[in-house]
Design a protein around this ligand. Structure first.
Ligand SMILES: [Zn+2]
Length: 416
């Protein structure tokens, strides 16, 4: 197996310099403007630029490295291809695109890095991505991993990575945090936060590449980064949701609910979980999944539950934001009072939850069951009908036979 330290540069080693191009994601003004994510007055193209500038400034302080920005004006439009071409013109080994994230339902939080899915690009990207995320973790952010994403035509999904790869450059995307979620709020929303991220990016890259800065008095030449094997084939993303089981759900009758969630995913990691007390109509916020002992289980205690009865379901999300929903467990007497169960209502709730997940398979199973039941009912009906009319049919057949016989005999007599 080929192993290569992520810091070993493809080119430029002869000149003694590693070349890194930093790209503030999105940008432009007017008709073709691309703001990127936007939430509560924060717009990605501005903050990407602030972080990219800070990263460039910090990383430039290291020895034997040349750092460039694709542009420093958020109003300047640039295609992804132009950014990669600029990096190529600079002789770049790495093109690092700076981004902030947002999700449709504003539930997700945390940091992630997208890297190329093949060969040395993958190994190098992974080394840097991991080192950068380690810096973020030290800052207190929740990590959602170093990931690949392959799109149509079995090529890189993200344009900046795809265009870089065509030009023999390791392209990557740093998604610092979610600007639409309260959990990440401490890390965005002010100028200091964007600069802090830029410095963390620079430190992560410097560590992964084993750089040294006389100016900063930092030496990462002995830094032990992650040793990533060059993959033999393309590394694909996880496209299936995790498995989730509501393993235990109990209450002591004092308004406290204890839940054990079992969740696992063979292709990626579990990142979040949430619970519902109304059969899946509404959910809690997304909590961090900390399976420290590696048993794929998380025990949670929910205090001060006001309701007596809860239709409990849980959800587990993987690193790719794909989730599954557990079966429902009805918990009664949470506050010592037992409420009557309304079974038809509970079934309805479960179906609503299921529709969000594995819609096709669940619908199909339900449809198949209904069809089988209908066929059985029709068959039973035919059998009962046959049994009921059996004697009557036999009698009338007999009668009919005899009358025919009589006619024939009569005719025969006449002929004679
Ligand atoms: Zn973006």
């Amino acid at each position: 197996m080929n192993r290569k330290r992520s810091g070993e540069s493809n080119r430029n080693m002869s000149e003694g310099n590693i070349v890194i191009v930093i790209d503030p994601g999105h940008g432009g003004l007017g008709g073709g403007a691309d703001d990127g994510a936007s939430y509560n007055g924060i717009t990605e193209r501005y903050i990407n630029t602030a972080t990219a500038k800070a990263m460039c400034e910090e990383l430039s302080k290291y020895d034997n490295v040349k750092v460039y920005l694709t542009r420093d004006n958020p109003n300047q439009a640039m295609t992804l291809k132009q950014r990669a071409e600029f990096a190529s013109d600079m002789g770049a080994d790495y093109l690092i695109s700076i981004h902030y994230n947002a999700s449709e339902e504003h539930l997700i939080y945390g940091s992630e890095v997208w890297i190329p899915s093949i060969g040395e690009y993958y190994a190098q990207g992974y080394g840097i991505g991991k080192a950068v995320l380690d810096e973020f973790q030290d800052m207190g952010l929740y990590l959602k991993g170093v990931k690949t994403r392959v799109g149509d035509g079995n090529d890189e999904y993200y344009g900046i990575i795809r265009e870089s790869e065509k030009l023999n450059i390791t392209g990557m995307i740093i998604e610092h945090c979610y600007i639409d979620n309260g959990r990440d709020y401490a890390y965005y929303g002010n100028d200091d936060a964007y600069v802090r991220f830029g410095k963390a990016d620079a430190t992560g890259v410097a560590k992964a590449l084993g750089l040294k800065s006389t100016e900063l008095g930092k030496d990462y030449t002995m830094y032990k980064g992650i040793d990533i094997a060059i993959p033999d084939s393309r590394v694909y993303q996880d496209e299936t949701p995790p498995e989730v089981i509501l393993k235990k759900c109990s209450s002591n009758g004092n308004g406290i609910v204890e839940i054990v969630i079992h969740a696992q995913d063979s292709e990626s990691e579990i990142s979040h979980y949430a619970y519902s007390f109304d059969g899946g109509n509404t959910y809690s916020e997304l909590f961090e999944w900390h399976d420290r002992d590696g048993d794929n289980e998380e025990s949670i205690t929910i205090m001060n539950v006001r309701q007596n009865r809860a239709d409990v379901v849980v959800r587990a999300y993987n690193n790719y934001n794909l989730y599954s929903t557990s079966e429902m467990v009805v918990l009664n007497g949470i506050n010592g009072v037992f409420e009557e169960e309304n079974i038809s209502e509970s079934v309805e709730s479960t179906l609503t939850v299921d529709q969000q997940n594995n819609v096709i398979s669940n619908e199909k199973v339900r449809y198949d069951n209904r069809r089988t039941a209908m066929v059985i009912v029709i068959l039973l009906f035919i059998i009962i009908l046959t049994l009921f009319f059996k004697s009557a049919i036999a009698a009338s057949l007999k009668k009919w036979y005899h009358s025919i016989k009589d006619i024939i005999l009569k005719n025969g007599k006449d002929e004679k």
